[in-house]
Design a protein around this ligand. Structure first.
Ligand code: BV8
Length: 266
């Protein structure tokens, strides 16, 4: 690692080792090394043929809306089911595993840890993270558009689009992914947990997010305003980079294991 980066990693590790209360926000970037596309990266040439057009013709932000679902439930549910199968096939990477180890160490020493994620892939939970707040819901669970009943579809591609909801006889009752679309409110409990964590943490780490989606991007600034030290891990600069105590230009899968090792060894 370059000297400047090495210094930032060491300083961040020192601050995290001294912290009693740690909050972390993750975005699609921490799952990139598990093979899952980020929201704003370029279209991927290796998509299956029937998905190329979808990915090239549509900006995810125009598909991740209630209006898109109402207008074309077939297209939107096909896109989400394709992503769901990709999430189920992906494995947690070194970044996910390092965060789970960080949480175990802190909790064992009576500290508190909150992991706020914008990701819908549940890779943090599969890596062993316990206190995970899904700010934008999850693609692994779908819910009835009529009665709200939740279901976890089988780990294989759906065969009916849009999928009918098994819980309601009404033929208009469909299944939709249990995610928060643009223009939809985040769950109250998630907002409260995020705000509480931002208010009380000693260190707030923002990892793998372009910091462009709100209100998720605001929590690190709320933490800084409350006196927390702030760390960012992202290969690219983001709008919050200049305001971080340490902004580490690295992949999560490289920086996080190194930080956790330095926290352990001093
Ligand atoms: C709401 C789920 C109100 C679906 C998603 C101010 C306040 C409140 C709202 C707004 C506001 N200003 C604007 C809004 C509206 C809107 C918004 O923020 N728009 C943006 C585009 C300007 N917000 C909303 O609509 C939110 N709703 O506030 O409602 C309300 C209140 C009451 C009643 C009704 C309504 C809802 C936002 C949630 C939308 N849902 N996802 C799905 O997944 O399909 S957001 C979507 O973007 C994903 O969740 C994604 O996680 C999220 C953020 O993107 P990132 O995770 O950051 O991913 P991205 O690709 O952008 O960046 C990846 C980064 O990783 C890059 O920086 C890259 O450099 C880096 N990276 C790459 N590789 C690595 C890496 N980093 C580390 N390691 C690597 N290896």
């Amino acid at each position: 690692m370059l000297n400047a980066m090495h210094h930032a990693v060491q300083a961040a590790a020192n601050a995290l080792r001294a912290a009693r209360r740690i909050a972390v926000l993750t975005g699609a970037g921490i799952s990139a090394e598990s093979g899952l596309r980020t929201f704003r990266s370029a279209a991927a040439p290796d998509l299956p043929p029937d998905m190329q057009a979808l990915w090239k013709e549509f900006d995810p932000q125009t598909l991740a809306t209630p209006e898109a679902f109402a207008a074309n439930p077939d297209l939107v549910t096909r896109w989400y089911d394709w992503r769901r199968i990709g999430c189920l096939a992906a494995e947690p990477n070194a970044g996910h595993l390092a965060l789970a180890e960080l949480e175990r160490g802190l909790v064992q020493s009576d500290g508190s840890y909150t992991l706020l994620t914008q990701n819908v892939d549940r890779l943090h939970q599969r890596a062993g993270s316990r206190n995970v707040v899904e700010l934008h819901g999850t693609i692994i669970v779908w819910r009835c558009t009529r009665c709200g009943e939740e279901t976890e579809p089988a780990p294989e591609p759906m065969t009916e689009f849009p999928p009918r909801a098994p819980c309601c006889r009404d033929p208009r009752a469909l299944l939709r992914p249990d995610v928060v679309w643009f223009g939809e409110a985040l769950p109250d409990c998630a907002l409260r947990a995020a705000s509480d964590a931002a208010e009380s943490c000693d260190v707030f780490m923002s990892i793998g997010t372009s910091s462009m989606v709100y209100p998720a991007a605001a929590f690190v600034l709320q933490a800084a305003a409350n006196g927390a030290r702030t760390v960012e891990i992202n290969p690219d600069p983001t709008p919050i980079s200049p305001r971080m105590d340490w902004s580490i230009r690295a992949k999560a899968g490289d920086a996080l294991p190194r930080i956790v090792e330095l926290m352990r060894t001093g």
